[in-house]
Structures are given as C-alpha cells and as structure tokens.
Design a protein around this ligand. Structure first.
Ligand SMILES: Nc1ncnc2c1ncn2[C@@H]1O[C@H](COP(=O)(O)OP(=O)(O)OP(=O)(O)O)[C@@H](O)[C@H]1O
Ligand SMILES: [Mg+2]
Length: 276
C-alpha cells in the first residue's frame, strides 16, 4: 500500500530513560520513546499509538507513570508542546476498569470532569456536546450502575477527554465489548484524533488487529537479551520495537484489515510479542 503524505512537527510526549522497580525487582528499564505531532496536508490529524506486550509485563505501570500517577524510579515524562514534566490531571487515563462516581448521574460525572478545565457555563456546554457525540444523551440522568459496559466505557472516555489536554491513555478499551461496540469505540477514537491536530491516543490492547488498524505508531514492551543470551531484567521498548506505520504505508487506510500486507505485519507483531 502507498504511504499517505505526512510530516512531523514537535514532540507531544517524551519518555526519557524511564525505569521503575518494585521491591527491588526491576519492572521497566530505560524506556526511551517519543510521540511527535504528525501532520497531513489539509487535514487535522492526531496521533494514535498502539501499545503491546505480554500480560504482566508492565503496560499498566507505564500508563500510570505516563499519567503522572506514579513517579518513575529514574527518568522523566514530558508532555504537551511545552514539554512539561507530567503531573496528575494533564493526561487523561481510562483505566482497565473505568471508575465513575457511583452516587452521581452520568451527566454529573462528566460535569465534575469538565469543571476541572472549564468555567461552569462552558463546562455545561461541553458536557452536552460530548453526551450527544458519544450517543449518551438519553442516559444522562442514569447512575453509573445502570449503564451497560459499553456505555460506561464511552462515559469514561468522554470524562477523560473533558478534563485533560489532548493526551489520553486507554488501557484495554476493547476488552469485554461486543463486535458492534468495538466498532463504536473505534469510531470514537478516529473522531477524537481528527478533532484536534494535537489529540493523541495511546491504546494498550491485546487486540492486535483492531489496534494496529487504528494506529500510526506501535510500541512493543518486551525483554532484551544480553550478549550471553540471558534475559535482562526489566521490560523496555527497544528501538526495533517502535514501528512507524505511517512510513510503512499501513496508517490511515480504511479497511486496512483486508490487505495482505497488513495481515503479514500483524503476524510479525504477534511473533515478536510471543518471543519477547
Ligand atoms: N504497586 C505495585 N507494587 C508491586 N508490584 C506491582 C505494582 N504494580 C504493578 N506491579 C507488578 O508489575 C508487573 C506489571 O504489571 P502491569 O499491571 O503493568 O502489567 P500489564 O502489562 O498491564 O498486564 P495486563 O496485560 O495483564 O494488564 C506485574 O508483575 C505486577 O504485579
Ligand atoms: Mg494492564
């Protein structure tokens, strides 16, 4: 497939030598990775990063570090065009389980989030707009316990978009969803990343096909081996496990899943994950 014309501008997220250990056990080691603002002619094009790795390898831990909720043992995380050190609230984070305030209605859950960034009148307007866009307007008076899994998830995504600046982490957004809901969440992700040039979504997922089809960049968290072939403790995202799908011609194609090149690449990624 031919690559769409694109270029890169300033960094939106920079991970500099990020490492962390729990009880002296290294979990993440020397992670260096960057997301740059990708541009396409006459389009608003945000960024989508697919983030893979075996279960238990440290993806959710790295998300908490990127969201500023956990400080890394060493290294730094810088976000936004100003490349500021991340602090809680700068990065939206839809966790593997999406917590909402159970004693507030859906509308009020979103309002609390929106008021962290906007004045009250503007916050209300934003909430109404998001309820519409996410197909949640009919459920605005419901308490979270009454929402379906998919509705709850869309609410959690809307909530994070309402209160964060451009960068949002989705930890396992497709798990537990039926096929129609997966399509809906895919649509929301595409919508979010065409809403603003700087919007950036990092998707942690074991659903390689769905996520790769959405992404323009992939990160694979795995273990490296030393010269003697022994496993180096602590997972990292090595340079050969950072894929630029835009350059490979695999980004921004509708129905890319049907292309043989895409299927081949997905097989390669799965093989790399198995071997890491
Ligand atoms: N606060 C903590 N204290 C000690 N160990 C922790 C802590 N948080 C995470 N871990 C450990 O770090 C490792 C990585 O966990 P993490 O949740 O990041 O995995 P993951 O890659 O997200 O896996 P999955 O795909 O199953 O969600 C696990 O071994 C986990 O037990
Ligand atoms: Mg996880």
């Amino acid at each position: 497939m031919t690559a769409h014309t694109h270029a890169y501008r300033d960094p939106i997220l920079t991970l500099n030598n990020v490492s962390i250990a729990f009880h002296n056990e290294p979990i993440l080691r020397d992670i260096n990775a960057q997301v740059l603002d990708v541009t396409r002619p006459n389009m608003r094009q945000g960024q989508v990063v697919g983030f893979y790795g075996r279960s238990g390898i440290g993806k959710s831990v790295l998300c908490r570090i990127m969201a500023g909720l956990v400080a890394p043992g060493t290294g730094t995380v810088e976000v936004g065009l100003a490349q500021q050190s991340v602090t809680p609230g700068m990065v939206g984070f839809v966790q593997q389980r999406y917590p909402l305030f159970e004693h507030r209605t859906l509308h009020d859950n979103l309002l609390v989030a929106a008021q962290r960034k906007h004045a009250p009148a503007a916050a209300r307007q934003h909430v109404d707009a998001y309820l519409e866009r996410f197909g949640l307007a009919p459920h605005r008076r419901k308490y979270p316990a009454l929402l379906s899994g998919g509705q709850r998830q869309r609410a959690a995504i809307a909530q994070q978009l309402l209160c964060s600046d451009h960068l949002i982490l989705l930890d396992e957004p497709f798990s537990g969803l039926d096929v129609a809901m997966i399509d809906e969440v895919k649509k929301i992700i595409v919508e979010v990343t065409t809403m603003d040039e700087l919007n950036t979504v990092i998707i942690v997922s074991h659903d390689i096909v769905t996520t790769t089809a959405l992404a323009d960049r992939l990160w694979l968290l795995g273990y490296e081996h030393d010269a003697a072939g022994a496993l180096v403790p602590g997972a990292t995202i090595s340079p050969q496990h950072q894929y630029n799908l835009a350059e490979m011609g695999l980004a921004w194609h509708e129905n890319v899943e049907a292309e043989p090149e895409f299927a081949q690449f997905v097989e390669h990624i799965k093989q790399e994950i198995r071997g890491s």
